[in-house]
Design a protein around this ligand. Structure first.
Ligand code: AMP
Ligand code: ZN
Length: 118
């Protein structure tokens, strides 16, 4: 995770300061293709609001978290992943493999995904 607390990569992407391969944009959420895809389809969905990660989620954000899931499933459907199937991943903290300190959900699909994760 970036140690400069004044900098957040995904806030800068959400603000349009850093370009992205955008898949969806609305008032509250942005979705874009991962710069280092781990599957044929690899999309990140983020809230525009800065939330550091799952450990920072609170009851006030319950509706937002639900909307994030509903939006991500609709994006997966638009990407034609429904029939073959897909996976959502939210990495959290060091052991969870989180590298960007802004809540984001990975949509992974387009190939059979292994389990358990490494
Ligand atoms: P995580 O490891 O769960 O924190 O996921 C962060 C993801 O952000 C990784 O899959 C990176 O490949 C991806 N990523 C990093 N920088 C960018 C960027 N500028 N545009 C799109 N995806 C990025
Ligand atoms: Zn942020």
């Amino acid at each position: 995770m970036n140690s400069d607390l004044s900098f957040c990569l995904f806030c800068d992407i959400a603000a349009g300061k850093i370009p992205c391969d955008q898949v969806h944009s609305d008032e509250n959420f942005l979705a874009f293709r991962d710069i280092s895809p781990q599957a044929p389809t690899h999309i990140l969905v983020i809230p525009r609001q800065h939330i550091g990660g799952l450990t920072e989620l609170n009851q006030d954000q319950a509706a937002m978290a639900g909307q994030l899931l509903v939006l991500a499933s609709s994006i997966a459907a638009k990407e034609k992943l429904d029939a073959p199937g897909y996976r959502f991943v939210i990495n959290c903290g060091q052991d969870g493999g989180q590298t960007v300190g802004h809540l984001h959900l990975h949509i992974l699909g387009g190939r059979a995904l292994g389990w358990p994760p490494g």
